[in-house]
Structures are given as C-alpha cells and as structure tokens.
Design a protein around this ligand. Structure first.
Ligand code: PBG
Length: 335
C-alpha cells in the first residue's frame, strides 16, 4: 500500500488526531465484547471462590459459582467461556483417565452451565495435563511423551466433553494427528456440530506458569514441553501447523501465547483468512496486573491496548482473563 498524499504542510497527519470524535471516525479496528472468550477455572465444592495467587482477580470457582459467572458473561454479551479444571492430586494418574470421566469437573460444570445459561458457548480444552500425574499433555513412558497412544485417550476425552454439551473443543496438546482423529470421532458419534478451535501454533513458553499453578499442574510437571510444543524461534512451522489442522477438520485456529507472538497472528490471518484467535495467556495477564499493582503502568489502559493489538494483528477474537472486566469497560465506554 502506498497512499498518495500531498507534502507537508498540505498534508498534516495531526488533523485526523485532533479530537476524540475525529479519532473515532478514522479508527481502523475496534475491540468489542463479542471478540472475547473468558477462561474460568472450576474446582470442587459449593459456594467456594478461591483466589489464584499468581493471577490477581482470578478465582477458582465451584460449579455453582461458575454458573453465576456464565450468567454474568451472558449478561455482558461475552459469547464464550472456556472452562479449565483444578484437579486434585488424588485424581491424577499415569493414564489420565479422569480426562474422560463423564462426571469429571468440567463435564459436570458444562452440563450445569448449559442447563442454566443456554445462550452462552462453552469451550473445553482437550489435553491430558490437568489429569496426568506427570503434568504432561500426553501419556508418558520412560520420559517420552507418546503421540499415538495419547491420540486414543484424546478421542475418549473428546467424546465425553461433546456428550456433556461442549460447543467448542480446544485441543491444546500439540500431538500430531489429533484434529483428524477428533473430527472423525465427532462425525462417527453423531456430534457433527461441535466446533474445533485448534491450538495450532502453540509455543513452549515461560508465559504459562500461573496457569499451571491455577490448574494444579505446576508441581506435577516433570521436565518441559519442548518435544511437542513449538520452538519460539519458528514462524514457517506455525503456518505448516495451521495448514495441517485445517486440512484435518479444524474450524478455527489459535496462536498462543498472544502478545509476544503478534507476528504469527498476522501471518496466519493473512495467509489463511480463517477465523483466527489469540490466547492472552496467564503470564501476560500476570505481568500487566503486577506492573499495574505497583503503579508502574495504568493497568486498565494497558489491558485495553494489549487487547486492541490482537485486533490490529487480524485476530477475530481473544481468550483473556480480563474478559469480564474489559466487557464492563467497553459497555460503559469509560475508557
Ligand atoms: C494445557 C494448557 C495450557 C494452557 C492452556 N491449556 C498450559 C500448558 O500448555 O502448559 C495455558 C494457558 C495460560 O497460560 O493462560 N494444555
């Protein structure tokens, strides 16, 4: 693009920045409530709201309170909530079988939310890490994360979650071939309408720390996830991952983490033109909150700016722990 413009002073960029109304007239992208996906952590019990130390303002909620959060999200106009379980160590095993227990936490929470708040979308993660005593997303033998054995487990998890009423499944495990086997299993078992938002370009990242704390996987995790999550040095590889996932039946794709990977978001959107999402992950959220709490940055402004960056990069939406807060601000137009 090479805009034709007159030389200074005939052309002055500042004419279009002079007033709020003029700035809003020429604004190229807008963040709206309908772009938001709100991740929520669920735990056992009733009436329990347990703060996550490394995620200020984020709580683990018992199912009854998660239903209330879903009601709040629906009232605010947030289209989707994503549920993650805090699994007690006693439910973690080497075969991660709690992942496909029809009555596990996220499946019970999904049923309760779908019954009480039918107009909100529910998204569930497909990966074994909350349920695996090794803390890995796949099954582990002799220190190796097993690909094909894990696929069989993911199929069972997929079907249990679809049966619970999940609208969107988000495979976050990075095993090869997962999208294809999930899509085939959904078709074969009469769940043709369940959408898959693939964590296609998911990097092995230091920014997931607080999340692992929130789901109770931190202590369990042995080693790192570099044999299945991507190397942060790579870009072309992200495009190959997206291409594979689309060819196997993914409906939407995701880049994760978000803000340090805006180049990937932009390339994915411009090369494929499919619904593209970013996950503003726990470490990104924690950094903004920590600097805000110290008075080093204005937290609300940094939050809005960081989310606006995803829209500018071409994302259709963003998973963010700020979702309810930002929705309120957008609706009040007080930013
Ligand atoms: C699990 C999963 C992770 C996140 C979402 N799903 C952690 C990981 O891969 O270790 C991270 C989300 C966040 O940090 O906010 N497969």
């Amino acid at each position: 693009m090479n805009p034709i413009h007159a030389p200074f002073p005939l052309s002055r960029s500042r004419r279009l920045r002079r007033t709020p109304w003029m700035r809003s007239l020429v604004q190229e992208t807008q963040l709206s409530v309908s772009d938001l996906i709100w991740p929520i952590f669920v735990r056992d019990g009733e009436g329990v709201r347990e703060p996550v130390a490394s995620l200020p303002g984020v709580d683990r909620l018992s199912i009854d309170l998660a239903v209330q959060a879903a009601e709040e999200a629906a009232t605010l106009g947030i289209p989707v909530i994503a549920l993650f379980p805090y699994t007690d160590a006693s439910n973690k095993t080497p075969d991660a079988s709690e992942a496909w227990n029809p009555d596990n936490l996220v499946n019970r929470a999904t049923r309760a939310i779908k019954a009480a708040v039918p107009d909100i979308g529910v998204m569930l993660d497909v990966a074994l890490d909350p349920y695996n005593s090794d803390g890995h997303d796949g099954l582990v033998r002799d220190g190796i994360i097993l690909n094909d054995e894990t696929l069989a487990a993911l199929v069972q998890q997929t079907l249990a979650q679809a049966d619970a009423g999940a609208d969107i499944l988000g495979p976050s495990d990075m095993m090869d071939g997962r999208i294809g086997i999930m899509r085939q299993a959904l078709e074969a078992n009469d769940f043709p309408d369940v959408a898959i938002m693939s964590y296609s370009a998911k990097y092995a990242s230091a920014f997931y720390g607080p999340f692992r704390d929130a789901v109770g996987a931190q202590g369990a995790l042995k080693g790192d996830k570099k044999t299945y999550q991507m190397d942060f040095a790579n870009t072309d590889e992200a495009l190959r991952e997206v291409a594979k996932d689309l060819s196997e039946g993914a409906d939407m794709v995701m880049v994760k983490p978000g803000m340090p990977y805006l180049d990937i978001c932009q390339r994915v959107k411009s090369e494929f033109g499919v619904p593209t999402y970013a996950y503003q992950v726990s470490g990104e959220y924690a950094m903004i909150c920590a600097a805000g709490q110290n008075g080093w940055i204005d937290q609300d402004k940094a939050m809005i700016e960081s989310l606006g960056a995803f829209k500018r990069a071409g994302c259709d939406g963003v998973l963010t722990y700020f979702a309810n807060r930002v929705a309120r601000m957008l609706l009040d137009e007080e930013y």
